[in-house]
Design a protein around this ligand. Sequence first.
Ligand SMILES: Cc1ncc(C[n+]2csc(CCOP(=O)(O)OP(=O)(O)O)c2C)c(N)n1
Ligand SMILES: [Mg+2]
Length: 348
Amino acid sequence: MTSVSTTQMKSFYEDMVTARVYEERLQEEYMEGKTPGFDISAGQIPGELHLAAGQEAAAVGVCHHLRDEDTVTAPHRPHHIAIAKGVDLKRMTAEIFGRETGLSSGKGGHMHLFDPDVNFACSGIIAEGVPPAVGAGLTAQKRNEDSVGVAFLGEGAISQGAFLESLNFASVHDMPVVFIIEDNDWAISMPKERVADSQDGSRRADGFDMPGIRVDQDDVLAVSEAAREAVGRARDGNGPTVIEVQVHRRMGHFMGDPETYRSEADQEAHRRRDSIERLAADLRSHGVDDETLAEIRERAESRVEEAIEWAKDQPKPDPEDAYDDMWVNPPSGVTDTEPNFDLAGGDD
Ligand SMILES: Cc1ncc(C[n+]2csc(CCOP(=O)(O)OP(=O)(O)O)c2C)c(N)n1
Ligand SMILES: [Mg+2]
């Protein structure tokens, strides 16, 4: 059923392993200095950290069909998607570590990564990125370009007004947009059966007269197949699609989450369903040997290590610059800069 070559499968594998290794390394860096009392403000990465280990298949299967000029928006769990979209790993890491050379000069942190070079953005407000992805689709449509907007969101966000309005707007105007729901069964401590009427989020598409596809196993090849069709449809001017992918949350909602609400059996089941192991088995059945897989892993590990070492060497921002690039029109008293335009005024 798949049209994916072994070379492409190896490339999927490399991106998925890179994302996994990256998160495992961030996990270690994050905990340094935070114990014994779990001081969330201490250490190399202050603040919350949401990891996406177990969700790589959704990001990689979709983003391999995208170009730099296509726009991707992601939620609060963004690293795997950013890596798959080709965000600069060093500057992204510097951003997560709060360094001056980070993507947003260290002021955004891990939930607010923004890379205009590859049109990637994410936000800590769930479903917030959906309307901007539709905006990117609208822009492409108005400019007569064939780029697409892709919005990722969690299954916990599928009843958000911003998502439902975006589905409607994109459908009415046949927009080049693809909506990707990552269903990891949980919204923090809330199991999905308690938050939505439908257990199949792709059915949200039905009410808006667009195709809805559920990939019910986190198999990157199946995701890629669904995404190839949806992205192609969007590029050809045939309108939006919803895809829901069953993924797995291998870690807590955020680092430090004791997961007391979750049974051991559920955690274990999520860890057993490893899409990376699954792809490795597929690669072996295509004649790729363990040595080649190990080489790919080593390459991913050194790329990640290089990014982390580089980021840790970068300078921290000067507190004096805290308000730079924050406001177009700074509120009085925030900086000594006078507002540079008059909101109420006009030319007449
Ligand atoms: C508008 C809004 N409401 C509430 C929150 C708090 N919040 C952060 S993550 C989250 C759950 C998200 O669940 P899901 O969409 O399934 O994503 P997952 O964390 O599972 O990746 C909530 C309610 C938020 N960030 N934004
Ligand atoms: Mg979820």
